[in-house]
Ligand binder design. Structure first.
Ligand code: GLA
Length: 378
């Protein structure tokens, strides 16, 4: 990928730039908890967005996306927002950096990536984090701290892309560390790295190829449900809610809002349970929690879809230790924790059965937990 980017950059801009990259992410457990002030447990993966960038001495940004074969040029003022969604991610990062007192001037860039799009692996967060990191290095002597870089990406989603997401994806993309998952408290932003070497198990993603699109999606509606229940309970976020408190207002909220909140209350505890289990090497508990999360996401939070429920059923049939829908939902991948000796059988069965039912095989994505945003060595 790097060589292709370099070649293209030279061809378009007749010079060389600096190369940066940032990662997509997985999340072992803790879904839809981030915007509720709860815990998440993500890790950055070996799938990246990579960009070559060179300051161009003008007040314009000139961007070429290799994967889309699309070019865009924009200025750096609010009224210069490009129409193309893909370019708005980069424009948003420029604007959010400027809003925080950072400097951004014109630059030329070529970027590409291997984070599958719409698969729930946070390709957009990888793009935002790559540029937030790069602009901080190129124009701001790395004065902006890493938390603020993650927030630049998150605010880009809120203000330029219409998704009221939490902080998990951008955090994972910026803070990711090789071989480690990170438990993040999304209220205090305290975080802890957990070395993740599940001896005797494999972690594999199965992409249903149902494209999830969070823009204008019911994602924002889920968040609104949670906020309504929190307001009714008189707490800032559902982080402070318990099942007992929820039972007390059962009649005052819609059944839908009730079920959304019930899922979140269970999920924030599951993250802590999984961390404890990992420290004991108790992968059976980890797996059981993953299945519970899937059921909650499917029945109470209603962000699954037929294909993902089917992949989850196949995992159960094959004796997979843990399996669940991963990320925002509405399509994308399941994440599966599977014993080494069951891996081949599971993958073959999932491919065969899914193909027979939906006419295509799920894509098997093996991931390695890797570093997050960085400058590439020459
Ligand atoms: C998307 C959002 C995240 C998070 C997850 C669900 O990936 O971008 O902030 O809410 O969904 O856990």
């Amino acid at each position: 990928m790097k060589e292709r980017i370099k070649e293209q950059f030279k061809k378009r801009f007749s010079t060389d730039g600096v190369i940066y990259a940032s990662a997509g992410r997985i999340n072992l457990i803790g879904e839809h908890t981030d915007y509720n002030g709860g815990f998440v447990f993500p890790g950055a993966i070996d799938k990246y967005i990579m960009a070559e960038i060179n300051i161009n001495g003008t007040d314009k940004v000139r961007v070429y996306s290799m994967d889309l074969d699309a070019y865009c040029e924009f200025g750096l003022n609010e009224e210069d927002a490009p129409k193309d969604q893909w370019a708005r991610y980069i424009f948003g990062v420029c604007r959010e950096t400027i809003k925080r007192g950072g400097t951004v001037k014109g630059f030329d860039t070529v970027f590409a990536g291997n984070v599958p799009l719409g698969a729930g692996l946070s390709s957009s967060a990888a793009l935002e984090s790559c540029f937030a990191f790069a602009l901080n290095d190129l124009f701001n002597d790395n004065r902006i701290d890493k938390f603020e870089l993650a927030k630049i990406g998150q605010s880009t989603e809120h203000n330029y892309c219409g998704v009221n997401c939490g902080i998990m994806d951008q955090f994972a993309s910026v803070f990711g560390k090789k071989d480690c998952l990170m438990r993040l408290d999304c209220r205090s932003l305290e975080h802890e790295y957990f070395p993740f070497h599940p001896e005797g198990y494999k972690l594999v993603l199965l992409n249903s190829k149902v494209k999830h699109e969070l823009v204008d999606s019911p994602y924002n509606k889920r968040r609104e449900s949670c906020e309504r229940v929190a307001a009714m309970l008189g707490v800032d976020t559902l982080r402070d809610a318990t099942y007992t408190m929820l039972a007390d207002i059962r009649d005052k909220v819609s059944d839908e809002d009730y079920r959304r909140a019930r899922f979140v209350i269970g999920e924030k505890q599951r993250v802590l349970d999984v961390c404890d289990a990992l420290e004991r090497g108790d992968y059976e508990t980890v797996g059981r929690c993953m299945y519970e999360t899937h059921d909650g996401l499917s029945r109470d939070y209603e962000v699954s879809c037929e294909e993902l429920d089917y992949l989850n059923d196949v995992a159960r049939e094959c004796g997979v230790t843990g399996s669940r829908i991963m990320g925002g939902g509405f399509g994308g991948c399941t994440i599966n924790l599977v014993k080494d000796e069951r891996y081949d059988h599971f993958i073959a069965t999932a491919k065969e059965k899914f193909n027979a039912k939906y006419g295509h095989e799920p894509e098997v994505i093996n991931v390695i937990i890797s570093d997050g945003a960085h400058k590439e060595e020459d």
